[in-house]
Design a protein around this ligand. Structure first.
Ligand code: ATP
Ligand code: ZN
Length: 223
């Protein structure tokens, strides 16, 4: 990989994390000129540019060295480490960022009894997070079927393709609308600053250290 002298940060192009991530970077003293295709944003003051992509692609882009850092949900980062990134060098969660908070939870039909995880044995659970779900089932010694769906996981029980779901929950409104209730929590998530375990030993590494210092200052003010 050709070395770059400018730092490149990957973030979500359009979604829940986009505005708060940009806002946070602005507070860290970074500003960007938005290019027309909006894939790449050139940094105006500091040598830091943005790559605007789907959140699911962010861990892979860091692992490949296309980007130095990424702003992504812990849920996406952890899922990557357990699936596509299994063989790769593990990525580090450099800082929790305090926005995009949600839980990855098991939800069951309102009328289904649920006291403990063992009751999921032999059931089918629909999810977009098969890595995290399988890991949690294995840790709890439960043998259940995992049905992987890319989206609209919450309608699986009504369609009869699953008995329960494992999905992101924030307020719980979507669950109620689909006659489901939150039964167990696998992961508490929020947006994080992700990167490689070891920082590059060049100007980019120095810039990351400066950015982390500014970030800590900004986060302290917010607390
Ligand atoms: P993309 O097009 O980038 O793939 P997406 O649909 O996967 O977008 P969003 O729905 O914008 O992504 O969610 C991005 C992140 O926001 C999630 O991965 C999660 O970390 C966080 N988040 C917070 N609350 C919720 C919620 N209620 N539902 C889904 N994600 C949430
Ligand atoms: Zn996504």
């Amino acid at each position: 990989m050709k070395t770059r002298d400018r730092l490149r940060i990957a973030m979500q192009k359009s979604g829940r994390l986009t505005e708060p991530a940009l806002d946070l970077l602005n507070r860290c003293g970074l500003s960007f000129r938005q290019s027309r295709d909006k894939l790449f944003c050139f940094g105006e003051g500091e040598p830091v540019d943005l790559l605007l992509v789907r959140d699911d692609d962010i861990p892979g882009l860091i692992a490949q060295g296309v980007c130095d850092l990424g702003i992504v949900g812990r849920n996406v980062l952890s899922e990557y480490q357990l699936t596509d990134g299994r063989e790769a060098e593990p990525l580090a969660e450099w800082r929790p960022l305090g926005f995009g908070r949600c839980r990855l939870s098991i939800a069951v039909p309102q009328e289904m009894a649920y006291e403990e995880v063992g009751q999921l044995a032999g059931r089918r659970i629909a999810t977009s997070y098969p890595g995290l779900l399988r890991e949690w089932l294995r840790t709890n010694g439960v043998d259940a079927g995992v049905v992987t769906l890319a989206g609209s996981v919450e309608i699986a029980p009504r369609l009869g393709t699953a008995d329960a779901i494992c999905d992101l929950v924030q307020s719980g409104g979507t669950l109620v609308a689909n006659h489901l209730r939150e039964a167990d929590v696998l992961l508490e998530s929020e947006a994080v600053l992700a990167g490689p375990q070891t920082l590059p030993v060049d100007e980019r590494g120095d810039m990351i250290e400066l950015l982390l210092k500014r970030l800590d200052g900004v986060m302290q003010v917010r607390e």
